[in-house]
Every structure is written in structure tokens, then in C-alpha cells.
Design a protein around this ligand. Structure first.
Ligand SMILES: Cc1cc2nc3c(=O)[nH]c(=O)nc-3n(C[C@H](O)[C@H](O)[C@H](O)COP(=O)(O)O)c2cc1C
Length: 306
């Protein structure tokens, strides 16, 4: 199963093994470096899809110092070179993740919690997502992924622990999802119907009073209907780890999403071993498998799986 092709919208993948976004922090002032290119080039060839690490859409949304930038100062020549060098290695497709870290920045001083964002701020942020997505398309990537997980801005909107807004963006799960859907809709409109659009959705906070997995089926359906080609499900405010659930951490979320969506569902988080991956795919627990930390450490891991 792992070696079976699959498509998500117009994104044709040779197999179901995915390198999920893993920040290397290899950039200088957000510019593409040779180190960054080499890192991805080494992992390209056989694997179906690489999702390139989070890149910030505006200065206020920069998470960390070595992060890749996709704001108006993005290194377009560098990004084109990165895509080209991945593509010449073989069948691997490469998608770029775009992100706003909300008030989790380690570099920005004036951080704004979602509760204090004005409608004008939100309009500016949506526009920044759109422009970043257009840069991703222009650079030649095979698709774009909107980061709405791991406690970053869009995930902060979805979580009742960080979102206490009293307007139409707060309280019910549908209201807390509203801004995410608006970003997806605007990006879809800008990139066109055919350009692959992925969403990494933090479906549960794994914290008391946080977003609840029971809402995953409905929220996932709305995300699909808004224009998403592939749902990449992960954690919310908890990040990408859940204490005590080191294996198959978010498989329960992909199973819930699959109850309602008919786009492919990708899940990462402690999923190890070829046989086990094939089992999960055969059971229909997910459609693609993300394999992160081992692949970050050791490129030869791919040969053990494909
Ligand atoms: C060093 C590191 C950097 C990461 N960077 C990102 C990122 O840029 N964007 C993202 O959505 N997830 C990021 N993640 C989460 C991974 O994509 C993945 O969900 C996580 O490593 C769990 O999968 P695994 O057990 O196969 O490693 C990162 C994880 C690690 C360890």
C-alpha cells in the first residue's frame, strides 16, 4: 500500500510516504541557503512528497530566527532553485508550508493574541497568506500547505483556550474555525481551482477545556468543502506530541476525519515500521503516512520503507 500511487486534486504522488514539515532553521534572514537546499535534495528521489518546513507570511508571524521567509522579501530565486534541485532527483513532489505563528514568536516583540486582533489585522493576515501562496506557486512548488496546527495563529483561533473572542470568530467550534476557512477560501481563489492546496489542521488540543476531537469530523468536512485537496491532521495547542501517546499519536484524529471527508488524509506522529504503515493504510485509518524525525536524522531510512 505504501508504494501505491495516490492523487490529491491535481497533485499526483508516486507513493504514500511523506516527509512532513520539519524546521531545520537553516536560513539566514529568511533567505534560502545551500544547506537548506542540500537537506531536501538528499531526501528527494523516491519519497512521494516532501512538505518543506514552515515559512512565515509576514514579519509579525515569524516564529524563529533561522526560519524561511515567504513574505514580500522572499528569496524567489533561491526557492526556484530548491524546487528545481528536488525535482531533478526523481519522482518526489514538493509542497511548501506557509505559516503565521501568532503570539508564539521567539523573535517578534509586539505579539498580538487572537483576542486582540482587529478585523483590519485579520484582513491583512489573510492577504499575507494569499500573497505567500502565490509566491509558492510562482516558485514552482507542486502545492501549498496552510499551517493551522501546533498552537500557531490559525490553531489559536480554533482553540477555546486561546480564543475568547465575542464576535463571530469565537465560542462555537464553527465560529472558531471561521478564520481558518476564510484563509483557505481566499488562498483557493487566488491560486486557482487546479493548484494543490493542503491544510495542516490541529484537530484537538489534548488539554482540558481545549478543542475537542469530537469536532474533527465536522470541522474536517468544512475544510474540504472550502477548497482543500488534502487534509494533514495533527495536534493543536499541544503541538506535535502527546505525552503517553508516543506511537500513532494522531491516528485517532485521521480516523475521525475520514468519517466525513473524501479527500486524502495524511497523518504523522510516531508512526514507525513498514508493516505497521501498510496496516494503517489497509485499514483505511489514513491515506498517507508522515515520517518525520527518523528521516530528519538519517536519509537512508527511506530505503527501508520503499
Ligand atoms: C525539529 C522539528 C521541526 C518541526 N517543524 C515543523 C514545521 O515546520 N511545521 C509543522 O507543521 N510541523 C513541524 N514539526 C512536526 C512534524 O511535522 C511531525 O508532525 C512530528 O515530527 C511528528 O512526526 P514523527 O513522529 O514522524 O516525527 C516539526 C517537528 C520537529 C521534531
Amino acid at each position: 500500500m505504501l508504494s501505491t500511487p495516490i492523487h490529491a486534486g491535481k497533485l499526483q504522488l508516486a507513493n504514500r510516504l511523506v516527509m512532513p514539515p520539519l524546521a531545520t532553521e537553516n536560513c539566514t534572514d529568511g533567505m534560502v541557503t545551500e544547506n537548506l537546499i542540500t537537506h531536501y535534495e538528499k531526501r528527494a528521489g523516491k519519497i512521494g512528497l516532501i512538505i518543506c518546513e514552515h515559512a512565515y507570511i509576514e514579519a509579525k508571524g515569524q516564529a524563529s530566527k533561522g526560519q524561511l521567509r515567504l513574505d514580500h522579501k522572499a528569496d524567489m530565486d533561491g526557492l526556484k532553485e530548491l524546487v528545481k534541485r528536488v525535482h531533478v532527483k526523481g519522482q518526489t513532489k514538493i509542497v511548501q508550508q506557509i505559516s503565521h505563528c501568532g503570539d508564539l514568536s521567539r523573535v517578534v516583540k509586539d505579539r498580538t493574541p487572537v483576542n486582540d486582533l482587529t478585523l483590519d489585522d485579520m484582513k491583512r493576515i489573510k492577504q499575507a497568506f494569499v500573497e505567500a501562496a502565490l509566491r509558492v506557486k510562482e516558485a514552482g512548488f507542486d502545492g501549498v500547505e496552510v499551517h493551522a496546527a501546533h498552537g500557531y495563529l490559525l490553531s489559536q483561533f480554533y482553540s477555546p483556550l486561546t480564543n475568547q473572542r465575542e464576535d463571530s470568530y469565537g465560542s462555537s467550534p464553527e465560529n472558531r474555525l471561521r478564520f481558518i476557512l476564510e484563509v483557505i477560501a481566499d488562498v483557493r481563489k487566488a491560486v486557482g481551482a487546479d493548484y494543490p492546496l493542503l491544510v495542516r489542521f490541529g484537530g484537538c488540543d489534548y488539554k482540558e477545556g481545549g478543542s475537542d476531537k469530537k469536532d474533527v469530523p465536522h470541522s474536517s468536512k468544512l475544510i474540504q468543502e472550502t477548497g482543500c485537496d488534502l487534509l494533514d491532521i495533527s495536534g493543536g495547542l499541544n503541538g506535535f506530541l502527546v505525552k503517553g501517546a508516543e506511537s500513532d499519536t494522531f491516528v485517532e484524529l485521521s480516523q475521525l476525519a475520514k468519517q466525513t471527508v473524501d479527500i486524502p488524509v495524511l497523518v504523522a506522529g510516531g508512526i514507525r515500521g513498514k508493516e505497521h504503515m501498510n496496516e494503517l493504510l489497509a485499514q483505511g485509518a489514513c491515506d498517507l503516512i508522515g515520517y518525520g524525525r527518523p528521516l530528519m536524522k538519517d536519509v537512508s531510512e527511506i530505503d527501508l520503507l520503499l
